[in-house]
Design a protein around this ligand. Structure first.
Ligand SMILES: [Zn+2]
Length: 203
């Protein structure tokens, strides 16, 4: 096993350990639960208009911990970003130069950043639960339509990108197979527009 691989496995184990500590259940994990964890960890959440590419930033100095989060993020990426920052809180305080990690700066902190993605993914929806749910779904050929249907019934609050990455890892679809698919649009085609969006498209 390579050193990177060992590090990522460690991050997954940490995610499972923290889930247990906070009694996290995948189906019940949302922004409200994450805010509770933040408050238990004494991390403040500040909402900002950050530069376009930055979803969130973790800052700490003298036991003052805070996360700045992009104001207008939708629920799923916000949830993912907040859990990603938790990993920096647990693991990277010593590495934080001048008090902040610029999340998304993958060139400078590649391992730290991917480690945070791995942590967040396992925290939100552990791999073994995902595999089990894939089995229960009885889907054998993964098409974009099947992915939309799986997400509709999915207990975890995760994005289409998340589901596709996991299917890639399990070897059920090939790498970037559906990267050009507009899943949200497809979802509306299959299930119809949600009520609050209907007026926008009414003729
Ligand atoms: Zn980060």
């Amino acid at each position: 096993m390579s050193e990177r691989h060992i590090y990522f496995e460690k991050m997954k184990a940490l995610a499972r350990q923290k889930r247990e500590l906070y009694n996290v259940h995948t189906a019940a994990l949302g922004l409200r639960e994450v805010r509770k964890i933040y408050s238990a960890e004494s991390i403040r959440i500040d909402y900002y208009r950050l530069p376009y590419k930055i979803k969130a930033l973790y800052m700490c100095s003298d036991r003052d911990y805070s996360v700045a989060i992009q104001k207008n993020l939708p629920e799923e990426p916000k949830l993912f970003a907040l859990i990603h920052e938790l990993k920096h809180h647990y693991c990277d305080q010593d590495d934080i130069n001048k008090g902040k990690i610029n999340c998304g700066d993958y060139n400078q902190n590649e391992l730290i950043e991917i480690g945070a993605e791995v942590f967040a993914a396992e925290f939100l929806y552990p791999e073994n639960e995902f595999s089990q749910d894939i089995q229960y779904s009885r889907i054998s050929a993964w098409t974009p339509d099947e992915i939309v249907i799986f997400k509709k019934h999915c207990k975890a609050k995760v994005s289409y990108q998340f589901i596709c990455k996991r299917l890639e890892r399990l070897g059920l679809i090939s790498r970037n197979q559906f990267k050009d698919i507009q899943f949200q649009k497809l979802e509306y085609q299959i299930f119809g527009l949600p009520y609050h969006l209907r007026h926008r498209f009414a003729s």
